[in-house]
Write a protein that binds this ligand. Structure first.
Ligand SMILES: [Fe+2]
Length: 641
């Protein structure tokens, strides 16, 4: 058995305090890390044979907190294509729980076998699935790497050895070819997951989605969303500036597409589902937009059979970086996170001495936040969409939970957007998750600012925009979404209410009870009532953390908060991962926990990014119950959250 070191684990703690008697978490690896075809649950073992559980009474100081933080980013090299039943350790699957699969994606690997580490955003996508059979009262777990082209190149299929050859936008190589390496963009398909039209996809911010077989999690291949689709070009303003930018774009394209092999279209990892119209909304921008003070966004709308219903292209004369966005009945909504080219950073990045992302930095030149209201339909009565509404607050928008609009009798329009934002002062491309590319280490202090600075960290806001009948902005205000001041992110709602007025928003937050990790990682699910501003919480407990929650509506409908919340719990204290089911109506009360399922220790996985709940359709139930089931059968389109 080959023991593989975990290069993310620090040699020295961040303080002068002595290390406690804590063994570092293991890097998990298959006992025979050979061929991908040998992926079975039985073939997996842990490289470190006897890792004792961490002492649950360990003092809550900076050192143990530092180690706890590393646990969330431990590589998991093992995969399991054969579903593994999870042990129920608390509660039970309740009557009426819908059967379906919770897919969760995120990075799985943070270090190779030749001395290179990567930023969590550059970690190869590791797709986890929790298949819930409510009738049988069981949950089956499986996990596999997305077999991207970069993964095929960087993992030796015969030996299981990893060697990073691509730099990735957030990392530098140490053991590989650093200088002159033009393999920059590494589509690791690690950011979000989508089930639509009976198909499953893993998405990444800078390239095509990868299609995955929903049951086996086997990678089907890269999926060209825009293949053969005619894109309706948006208006260009025809100014001299626009023409000069056209010339600059023509110069940059051969460099970006040819030398750096960047795809012309960058698909955003965040998509939207318009439940009312049963449509998938997805957005792309151009590769050269990263370097130009002009942003080209194309928004596609698909029906449930992946038939393209419409697409629109918008050229916005600003240098923006959009991660998440929103829609209403008649608008697409973009918050303008402003960026600028960093010349010095560009030089070192091109030479391979710093991550490519250091070519960009946030641009806090304005004290306001531009919000672009883009007309969704041809008959949308719109103001000049090139002119943004300026929100009276400088916000870097991370995620949006929902947006909706309501028309008054006199024709005025009221738009509200619920989003998580942080400050420009805090947001730093190179240091997200506390990753230091110079040392290859993770330092949680970046995510845990001192008392008084926590207002810079992510929190939830409600942006309210009032337009008169001619589209003139009468008012734009930004308020806290609820009475809750702790750092909070990953806002989600009952998707049955997406695009319409909702009352409740759920998110991941921090209880603040951990002295050395007061703000992140999150340990609390917060339920916010946007009407009353009341807030209720459920916390995991000592030395346990959570990821993004997902709301599952109650079968057959019901009130907005009738259903279940799924969230993964990372129990550092016992080195275990759990799937937790909560009752949203009982959050804030004593018995919100419905059930907790334990993932076997050898299948522990690192912190996930985004997930998706896919309810089992009637055709899938038929297939699953058939002894001669054919997994290649196409599935019906399913409801989505
Ligand atoms: Fe995201």
């Amino acid at each position: 058995m080959k023991a593989i070191s975990c290069h993310l684990l620090p040699i020295k703690p961040p303080t002068a305090a002595p290390l406690p008697r804590l063994l570092p978490p293991p890097t998990h690896s298959p006992s025979h890390p050979s061929k991908a075809t040998s992926i079975t649950s039985r073939a997996i073992s842990i490289s470190a044979p006897s890792i004792p559980a961490l002492d649950t009474n360990a003092s809550d100081d900076a050192v143990s907190a530092f180690w706890d933080y590393q646990f969330l980013f431990v590589s998991q090299r093992a995969e399991t294509a054969d579903p593994v039943p999870l042990r129920l350790v608390d509660g039970a699957l309740p009557h009426g729980f819908p059967s379906g699969t919770y897919y969760l994606t995120g990075p799985g690997l943070f270090s190779d076998d030749h001395g290179s580490t990567v930023h969590p955003l550059d970690g190869h996508g590791y797709l986890r699935s929790f298949r819930i059979d409510a009738a049988a009262g069981r949950v089956d777990f499986a996990a596999r790497y997305v077999e991207t082209e970069a993964q095929a190149e960087e993992r030796d299929r015969d030996t299981g050895e990893w060697r990073f050859t691509h730099r990735g936008p957030f990392s530098v190589l140490k053991g590989g070819n650093m200088v002159g390496n033009t393999k920059v963009m590494k589509n690791v398909a690690n950011t979000s997951v989508l089930r639509w039209g009976g198909r499953l996809f893993c998405l990444w911010e800078g390239g095509d989605p990868y299609e995955i077989e929903p049951r086996s999690l086997e990678t089907v291949g890269r999926f060209d969303l825009a293949a053969g689709k005619r894109i309706k070009a948006g208006d260009d303003d025809g100014t001299v500036r626009a023409k000069l930018l056209d010339v600059a774009a023509r110069v940059l394209k051969p460099l970006l597409y040819g030398v750096f092999k960047m795809p012309p279209k960058r698909w955003l990892s965040h998509y939207k589902i318009d439940v009312k119209r049963n449509r998938l909304l997805i957005m792309s921008c151009n590769a050269e937009d990263m370097l130009l003070p002009r942003s080209n966004f194309t928004i596609f709308e698909y029906d449930s059979n992946f038939k393209l219903l419409q697409s629109q292209e918008f050229n916005i004369p600003d240098h923006l970086m959009i991660h998440d966005w929103a829609f209403t009945d008649s608008h697409y909504i973009l918050f303008g996170n402003r960026i600028k080219l960093d010349i010095a950073g560009s030089m070192t990045a091109l030479c391979g001495f710093s991550p490519m992302i250091s070519a960009l930095s946030v641009n806090p030149s304005k004290t306001t936040c531009p919000i672009y209201l883009l007309p969704r339909f041809e008959d949308t009565k719109s103001r000049d969409w090139r002119v943004p509404i300026e929100a009276p607050s400088q916000m870097w928008v991370l995620h949006t939970g929902n947006a909706f609009e309501e028309k008054y009798e006199n024709g005025d329009l009221h738009i509200q957007i619920q989003a998580s934002t942080c400050s420009y002062q805090w947001f730093n491309f190179q240091k997200m998750f506390g990753y230091d590319w110079q040392t290859g280490k993770l330092d949680p202090s970046m995510m845990n600012l001192k008392r008084g600075q926590e207002t810079l960290l992510p929190h939830l806001v409600n942006v309210s925009i009032k337009l008169d009948v001619d589209g003139n902005c009468q008012d734009c205000s930004v308020d806290n979404l609820a009475e809750w001041s702790k750092p909070t992110d990953f806002p989600v709602i009952n998707q049955e209410f997406s695009g319409g007025r909702n009352t409740y928003v759920y998110a991941a937050s921090s209880s603040g009870s951990r002295q050395a990790l007061p703000h992140f990682p999150f340990d609390t699910v917060v339920k916010m009532n946007t009407a009353t501003k009341a807030t209720h919480t459920w916390s995991t407990g000592r030395r346990r953390f959570i990821g993004e929650p997902v709301f599952i509506p109650k079968a057959g409908g019901g009130g907005e908060d009738e259903g279940f919340l799924l969230v993964v719990e990372y129990a550092v204290s016992t080195q275990r991962c759990y799937l937790v089911i909560l009752d949203p109506k009982l959050i804030g009360k004593r018995n919100a926990l419905v059930a907790r399922f334990e993932v076997p220790r050898h299948l522990n996985f690192p912190l996930g990014f985004h997930g998706f709940w896919a309810q089992t359709s009637s055709s899938e139930r038929h297939v699953a119950s058939s002894p001669t089931r054919n997994l290649e059968l196409s599935h019906e389109c399913i409801g989505a959250t």
